[in-house]
Design a protein around this ligand. Structure first.
Ligand SMILES: [Cu+2]
Length: 133
């Protein structure tokens, strides 16, 4: 699924959310930036109270998720938000995400404005394969 009609050369590729039983779920996607330097500075979804930007850090041999206020999207680069790295975190879901459903997530870029992408919900065991590249 490629969504190409985007402001300032930003393309959001292969988004996917994991079907999780609880109140939070990860969203993975790839951002291709053929425009100037930009950054992801926020996200939102009607399906949850909020959407946080997370990075994964290593602390004492443990991988922990830490909230951040920006994820840099450098010019000419492909930025992968995927397992073990940066991702979006849906928090306070109205209802658990079910595989086969779809959600709309709005991404807020520092310079490129907002854009809303359709994100399919996939089973957790498929998620890693989908975004592994
Ligand atoms: Cu997270």
């Amino acid at each position: 699924m490629r969504q190409r009609d985007c402001p300032r050369g930003i393309a959001v590729v292969d988004p996917a959310a994991g079907a999780a039983p609880g109140e939070s779920a990860a969203v993975y996607l790839t951002i291709e930036n053929s425009g100037p330097d930009d950054a992801l500075v926020g996200a939102g979804c009607d399906c949850s109270e909020r959407v946080s930007l997370h990075v994964t850090e290593e602390r004492d041999d443990l991988h922990v998720m830490v909230e951040t206020d920006r994820i840099d999207i450098a010019s000419g680069e492909t930025t992968v938000l995927g397992p073990g790295g940066s991702h979006l975190m849906l928090e306070g879901l109205d209802a658990p995400l079910e595989a086969g459903a779809g959600i709309e997530v709005t991404l807020e870029f520092e310079h490129g404005g907002e854009r809303t992408v359709e994100v399919p919900v996939v089973p957790l065991d498929e998620l890693a394969e989908r975004v592994d590249r």
